[in-house]
Design a binder for this molecule. Structure first.
Ligand SMILES: N[C@@H](CCC(=O)N[C@@H](CS)C(=O)NCC(=O)O)C(=O)O
Length: 384
């Protein structure tokens, strides 16, 4: 048993309307996140492999751009973005809860969701395209049209991969930063392993949004891609057990998560915050400057670039350059909203948490929303 569910997305899956339909692929980061959530919640659904035909017939007409996963609800609403899917599903299928009831637990869940969704792209994309390029190309080709001859699949996979590989430059993944990305990934794995040795899930005895978000990069890229997967399997046995728990979830009704971080979670929180918080602060400054100097409602995905530090305070410290993304702040707003709405006692606890993890700068950022998502795009908050 290597600790992972078999592939879930196959071309033959015919999915009747009137149930949830998840359009995605096993190799996709965010598909893995929401698929693990749907399984844990025992929400009846059908997985639909996002082939070229599914993109042409459903995703492009419904969403307007090529992206997975997309969730079609039983009444045929299309949801795109796993955070929106989570909000929608958690409200309609509350048991077992996967968002802690208290403000500290909610803040931590949203914060970890953001780190896993956006910051762990660095190791996930680096390892895939540096060490597992050929595997990923074939995966992309097969997903696109599994009925084609292999050579044709490879050619199509190669074409699609060009776009995904190109994201590395925007994210600041290059020869200069790779040693720090790899050192950071090994350090993270060591910390995750120490944590999962004493705790079944990130926040305690039951999975939360944070676990599903971590499962995305870890399962879809860093476990499932064969060369990256060897690192996980040989160096992180406790994390492998967690992958297995996430893949074969226990019966519903397990305990709610505890909300005060375990001592073994702090080193994880601290290392994520160390490099990522300054990036977020720079992104928000760029976003505020853009909002103040433009009148457009639609917000571009990137606003120029900035210098950022990886492996700060370690022997691997390096300065790189990456795009200033606008999307991350939309996710951060979820955590900041919890803080802004919390009662005084809970706010103090969140403030102390941020101080302890080295993320207090987050609480100086605007907590009133600057952006919203509408029609699957980021727009200025409040504008019509
Ligand atoms: N933040 C989104 C990201 C979705 C996403 O980036 N999906 C990837 C595949 S894992 C994709 O299809 N990207 C295409 C694109 O962004 O142009 C989510 O949570 O769903």
């Amino acid at each position: 048993m290597d600790g992972s569910p078999a592939d879930l997305f196959h071309p033959a899956n015919a999915a009747p309307a009137g149930t949830y339909r998840l359009l995605g692929a096993d190799a996709s980061y965010y598909t893995a996140k929401i698929s693990a959530y749907l399984r844990y919640k025992r929400i009846p659904h059908h997985n639909v492999l996002a082939t070229r035909a599914v993109f042409a017939e459903t995703i492009l007409p419904r969403v307007g751009w090529p992206v997975i996963p997309v969730l079609l609800t039983p009444d045929n609403l299309a949801l795109q973005d796993t955070s929106e899917m989570f909000d929608y599903l958690e409200a309609r299928h509350p048991n077992p809860p996967t968002l802690p009831a208290d403000a500290v637990g909610q803040f931590l869940s949203y914060w970890l969701e953001l780190c896993c969704d956006e910051w762990l792209k660095l190791p996930a994309l680096h390892y895939r395209w540096h060490y597992d390029n050929d595997f990923a190309v074939m995966e992309f080709g097969r997903n696109n049209d599994p009925t084609l001859p292999l050579e044709r699949q490879r050619a199509l996979g190669e074409k699609i991969a060009t776009r995904f590989r190109g994201w590395r430059e925007q994210l600041g993944i290059n020869a200069h930063t790779i040693p720090a990305i790899e050192a950071g990934y090994h350090a993270l794995l060591a910390r995750l392993d120490a944590h999962f040795a004493v705790s079944d899930y990130l926040l305690g005895a039951a999975p939360t949004l944070a676990d599903f978000a971590l499962y995305g990069p870890l399962h879809a890229h860093l476990y499932r891609d064969p060369n990256a997967g060897r690192i996980l399997k040989t160096q992180a046995p406790q994390t492998m057990r967690w992958i297995h728990r996430m893949g074969t979830p226990p019966a519903v009704g397990t305990l709610a998560a505890t909300t005060s971080p375990a001592p073994t979670l702090w080193p994880i929180l601290q290392m994520l915050a160390h490099d990522y918080v300054p990036v977020l602060v720079a992104q928000v400054a760029a976003l505020q400057a853009w909002l103040g100097s433009h009148s457009e409602v639609d917000i571009p995905p990137t606003l120029g670039s900035h210098r950022f530090t990886l492996g700060g305070g370690t022997v691997d410290e390096v300065v790189g350059e990456r795009c200033l993304f606008t999307y991350d702040y939309w996710m951060l707003q979820r955590a900041l909203h919890v803080w802004a709405q919390a009662n005084l006692a809970q706010r103090d606890l969140i403030t102390a948490l941020c101080e302890h993890m080295g993320a207090e700068a987050l609480l100086t950022l605007p907590s009133a929303p600057l952006v919203r998502r509408e029609h699957f795009k980021l727009r200025r908050a409040g504008a019509l």
